[in-house]
Design a protein around this ligand. Structure first.
Ligand code: MD6
Ligand code: FE
Length: 219
């Protein structure tokens, strides 16, 4: 697991918000996802590349609620993801003196991005990301996660026990990567910290109160 604090530049955070806003308002944009139980997720979602169906926990080419096709992942986003993995490799080599970084944290070219938007009451229960192909999971291809806007209390652990989970605050610009042996850690969002977004975002990107999370994967 790699946490890159304050990794995404201010300019890129603003560019991501503007792109997400444009895509989010178009066909296949943000919608209210619902589990099989009928319970709503405590967030708004948009899928890029492939649609993730929360009722089945699987990917498809269209979403059933409105027949929309997910927009493609912007190339600039893919580049940022590849840079984040590359920079993680450099850190693993320098800080941990690892030589086999490609095996510890395999490279990944994203073909799916799930975008979540949380308002102040948003949250997400502890889960593992298991909807990707068995080949992708077996190889430990990383899920790369970008946080923008308000901070979140993010929980993670080796099982579904919320009392034993560790906590980390994910702030705007942070990138967290679950790859290799950490690919299947349990994780969730306990709460969103109100009014914690950096002022440059509020001023320059006119972001409404809340948090955007993008998770990139390779099916
Ligand atoms: C979130 N993130 O941060 C939700 N999944 O809002 C995830 O569910 C997630 O951050 C896999 C890997 C990293 C993540
Ligand atoms: Fe997840």
């Amino acid at each position: 697991m790699v946490l890159l604090k304050n990794y995404i530049s201010h300019t890129n955070q603003i560019k991501i918000i503007n792109k997400i806003r444009e895509l989010g308002l178009g066909p296949g944009g943000f919608y209210q996802p619902v589990y099989r139980s009928g319970n709503k997720l405590h967030l708004q979602m948009m899928c890029l590349g492939k649609h993730w169906d929360p009722e089945r926990g699987s990917y498809g080419l269209i979403r059933e609620v409105d027949g929309a096709c997910p927009p493609s992942i912007p190339v600039e986003f893919k580049q940022l993801v590849e840079d984040a993995i590359q920079d993680s490799h450099a850190l693993l080599k320098e800080e941990l003196k690892l030589s086999n970084v490609e095996r510890v944290l395999p490279r990944m070219s994203p073909d799916i991005c799930l975008v979540n938007f949380y308002t102040e009451s948003g949250r997400l229960g502890l889960h593992q990301d298991t909807s990707e192909s068995s080949e992708s999971r077996r190889r430990g291809l990383p899920v790369v996660s970008f946080s923008i806007g308000d901070s979140a209390e993010f929980l993670y652990g080796n099982n579904r026990d919320i009392n034993r989970a560790k906590k980390v605050i994910l702030e705007s610009g942070d990138v967290i990567i679950f790859g290799g042996k950490s690919r299947l850690v349990y994780h969730g969002v306990r709460c969103i910290k109100q009014n914690s977004a950096p002022s440059f975002l509020v001023e320059k990107a006119n972001l409404r109160p809340g948090r955007i999370n993008l998770t990139f994967r390779e099916f």
